[in-house]
Ligand binder design. Sequence first.
Ligand code: NAD
Length: 331
Amino acid sequence: MLKTRFTEMFGVEHPIVQGGMQWVGKAPLVAAVANAGGLGFITALTQPTPEDLAKEIARCKEMTDKPFGVNLTILPAIKPPPYAEYRAAIIESGVKIVETAGYKPQEHVDHFKEHGIKVIHKCTAVRHALSAERMGVDAISIDGFECAGHPGEDDIPGLILIPAAADKVKIPMIASGGFGDARGLVAALALGAEGINMGTRFCATQEADIHDKVKQQMIENDERSTNLIFRTLHNTARVAKNAVSDEVVAKEREGAKFEDIQHLVSGQRGKVVYSEGDPDHGIWSAGLVQGLIHDIPTVQELLTRIVTEAEGIIRGRLSGFVSGGAAQAAE
Ligand code: NAD
């Protein structure tokens, strides 16, 4: 058992979070994470309407009696979603944990807090973490440059970002970006976080609703298999390297505007990658952690493995260093 302020605050067994993932954060995966002792999040905007979100939350409640949450991400969108209506659906559903991400979450945080909902805000800079703390969120998910999706524009990897945030943030913090195994979890704890958030690693599990060919592609890919798109638009996104993301990067170099690349990057096109299994059909999110993904376990197997091995590293390798047992530490 790894007990932290995070596990205590959110009433979960393990300090491991499956954060919001567009097209992937659906009830069967979220419930599997909850049943395995982690904290999973349904992704609100994956559901076409607020009514569909309410149904997805109800479906998840049928699959688990453990805590789970909903992610609401506020970023530029081709068709801006009705955020207030999604927020109302979350509040009415009775879910008690929300992960917010993106720009200016104040009105969302205020509304959720009024209804007794615990909020974890995911952000990519120390200054944003401090601002979210002042807004009254309960915990921070600090997201390093290694992450899939939107890493912000500062390009600070977790090795610096996590301890820099830990020096200033007082509320519990989980580390995000580049995590996929026990070594990452132990490192995050050492750097000052109280748990980890994983995205890409959960995509390569049995329960993720992603075509097997795309999961196999994640195994074949390595830590160099990502592209950073939207750099020129100040909306950077780390995505899997493929024919489409290569084309977007090339077009941006030539000075393309969003309208020139919209047909390539649309989320609706990316969604088809997951359902049809052609990794080159559109844009799909993936982080540097692909270099550490070598199998497609069940969520239960993954969480048990990470927690068991993390305890082993702490009790064996790390304690060996301080007790002078060099041979034991080298194991
Ligand atoms: P979409 O089809 O609306 O847009 C595709 C991509 O283009 C997204 O990354 C979006 O941020 C970006 N984009 C849209 N308009 C832009 C503009 N004018 N300038 C620069 N970039 C622009 O996106 P979608 O896949 O349907 O997703 C809907 C929303 O959810 C988007 O805001 C997206 O960023 C967000 N999202 C959520 C998660 C999550 O885990 N919850 C992950 C990734 C993205």
